[in-house]
Design a protein around this ligand. Sequence first.
Ligand SMILES: [Zn+2]
Length: 259
Amino acid sequence: MNIHLSEISEGHYGHTLIFRKIAITLHFDSKCQTGKMSISDGDIKLLWGRAAGICSNPTCQLDLTKILTQSDNYIVGEMAHVIAKSENGPRGISGGGSDSYENLILLCPTCHRHIDKSPMGTYTVEQLHEWKQSHESSIRAKNRELKFSSINELKTEITRLLLENNMLWTDWGPQSQIAREDPGSNSFNIWNLRKLDTIIPNNQKIINMIESNKSLLDSAEYEVFLQFKNHATSFEEHQYNRLDNYPIFPQSFSEIFKA
Ligand SMILES: [Zn+2]
């Protein structure tokens, strides 16, 4: 797993998603006030990826991919329990809440602390589920509302997103200079985070934009788009449930949709 899960100084408030520059093999060792917590790799990825690394509080929406600490750790977000693991914790119930994706919400450290320190009833279980659901839905739907008057306008927007994806691949991917020259660097961790919080959402934006403007495409362009969509959906699935094989990025897509 590529993400180190550690405990913040306040302990019982937070389970902070941290990765260390020095870490190569990362592991879970977080404790909460009731003992060990065990969030699966898959659930961490789902939570981070579906929220695109953004705080789920609708009035905050802090981009957690940009938070850096003064130490050698990058704090990338906090997985907050909707129902506390402890019966006596925030929104606690008899038996306590689980460590599963369904009972977690991605928040920035400030929102996490504020929400869990507020008087009981200020933030309900239903409200936090609603925040999470609507935040994840809005990430999925991004750019769906964009209407273009020409194929070239559409291609310009697609090209920008492909450039960002390509830049991340070049800078941090397995073939990047830093990964090849220093296999012990943190590039592997950064690459794994950027796939989830930027590349997959960018792919979804491209799919949404094309599907909302498909009357601008001829049949050859649409066919290449379907190849890209097939790649993008399989690539996403591969991050959460490792596939033996998936269609690689079709180069014809970047050639045809280049502005
Ligand atoms: Zn926040």
